[in-house]
Write a protein that binds this ligand. Sequence first.
Ligand SMILES: *Cc1c(COP(=O)(O)O)cnc(C)c1O
Length: 212
Amino acid sequence: MRAGRNPEDVKLVAVTKTVDTERINEAVEWGLRVFGESRVQEAKDKISNLKSQISNTMIEWHLVGHLQKNKAKIAVQLFDLIHSLDSAELAAEINKNAEKIGKTQKVLLQVKLSKEETKHGVAKEDLLDLVKAVSEMNNLKLEGLMTMPPFSDDPEMVRPYFRELRKLRDNIEKSGFALPELSMGMTNDFEVAIEEGATMVRIGTGIFANGS
Ligand SMILES: *Cc1c(COP(=O)(O)O)cnc(C)c1O
């Protein structure tokens, strides 16, 4: 592998937003087991649809899109990993709902590294405080960080964002928190993300390019 990384160290999350259950089912037949959705309601419908078709296959569902507080309850029921936690209020809501069903919810903190106002994510200045807050919540398990750089056709334009996320992670680990997972890289830039230390790449169009 170009990046000198072991392929087993990088998890492929197949992003299935806009992809129907029939095609997700095909992807399961190809051997994919980890799927990412960006909207809670859409995921709910697809997951129950798919369960009736392939009840015996172990599938992991990840939420990669923004989560609203009022959807936290359903999200906790559906997702193995939430990539988009970005505030203490949302963390408390997820924690509360996880506690109710006796679950430890795995989460990543989404970090906002660019100044674009529309992007979700915690500002890097506030990241350590959020790490501390989440680490104290009994029903959350913080596993790492996620970022969505501004879109660019040129992967080299986004490399600095990936590098920055890794540095932020390394710094926080020096304060005694373990953040092994880095969710970064999509269809256009996953190779660069892997070179910069991604442990999860979120690929949509690169897998499901046609017919979606
Ligand atoms: C859609 C989406 C992806 C996948 O993007 P592609 O460019 O289609 O690979 C990854 N992450 C998030 C958060 C997304 O919303």
